[in-house]
Design a protein around this ligand. Structure first.
Ligand SMILES: O=C(O)CCC(=O)C(=O)O
Length: 283
């Protein structure tokens, strides 16, 4: 198996500006196509192993997640040397810190994200704001934030195969557009009164929806507090992505648990910075 360690290119000033303005951005050729192919090979092998071991996280028909890949989720010890060496590289931390506009970041979680084709029962990803991206008191902050300051987590989502918009790339609404009609529309999709694709038509008419994105292997989107979802995968095969998130290094823990990344982790203390053994500082 190839031993290339995927290393992202530098983030440009325009990408930083776009991210700061919208809380999401498209980053073309973040990794090379060869690096994306190396990641895909590793993830396909993980999916096979997972089938042998009895499974991985399945979020209904919309998404399956393999991970965390780099570390054991509770102890923070190395789980897979390839993924660990990649996600804990300085270049990844610098990309995350530059976009967030902070000095340094900690690794939070990495996962392989699988969306099965609609013809095999796969579905769209529901509208949501990530737990780590929620501003307390905002319309989409159902839980508040595990971190202070809020909106301190950044997620990179990297396409590993040619992924046209019709195969289920994400669409975003920037926080400055959050209002009651948007909230009502999102709730209509939860209540299955409207499909995700119908919500896109309305949001396009309002001019507040990101464009449909065709991504090539190695292209990425990054997001923080933006509302996001994805349409069903109308392509022939699995939509494969690698996702990794980082959190601003000096955040304080608020006492609210983000189950996915915090359940069972020792050393989480309200008002204190995150424990280094699980949330490694990068760089
Ligand atoms: O891959 C998807 O469809 C959803 C991923 C997502 O919601 C995320 O990366 O925060």
């Amino acid at each position: 198996m190839s031993s290339i360690i995927p290393t992202p290119r530098e983030i440009t000033d325009d990408e930083v500006r776009s991210f700061q303005e919208n809380d999401w951005a498209k980053i073309e050729s973040f990794l090379s196509e060869d690096e994306a192919a190396a990641l895909l090979t590793r993830l396909e092998a993980k999916l096979e192993q997972s089938a042998e071991k009895g499974g991985h996280a399945v979020y209904g028909p919309m998404l399956e997640a393999l991970g965390p890949l780099s570390v054991e989720g509770v102890s923070g010890e190395v789980a897979d040397r390839f993924f660990f060496d990649m996600t804990h590289q300085r270049a990844w931390g610098q990309a995350a810190a530059r976009l967030l506009g902070v000095e340094s970041v900690r690794y939070q979680i990495d996962q392989g994200l699988i969306k099965r084709p609609a013809r095999d029962g796969g579905d769209g990803t529901v509208w949501h704001v990530d737990f780590g991206g929620q501003e307390p008191g905002s319309l989409f902050a159902s839980h508040g934030s595990a971190f202070a300051p809020a909106r301190s987590v950044i997620a990179f989502w990297i396409a590993l195969k040619p992924t046209p918009a019709t195969s289920g790339t994400m669409r975003f609404v920037a926080p400055r557009h959050f209002d009651q009609p948007l909230h009502d529309l999102v709730h209509a999709t939860y209540a299955e009164q409207k499909s995700i694709e119908e919500s896109y038509e309305e949001l396009e008419q309002r001019g507040i929806l990101s464009p449909p994105l065709d991504l090539k292997p190695g292209d990425a989107t990054v997001h923080r507090g933006a509302l996001h979802s994805a349409p069903p995968n109308k392509g022939d095969g699995i939509r494969w992505a690698f996702a990794v998130s980082y959190v601003q290094a000096d955040v304080h823990y608020t006492g609210l648990i983000d189950e996915l990344v915090m359940a069972g982790v020792d050393g989480l203390e309200k008002g204190k910075t995150l424990p280094d053994h699980r949330f490694h500082i990068i760089g």
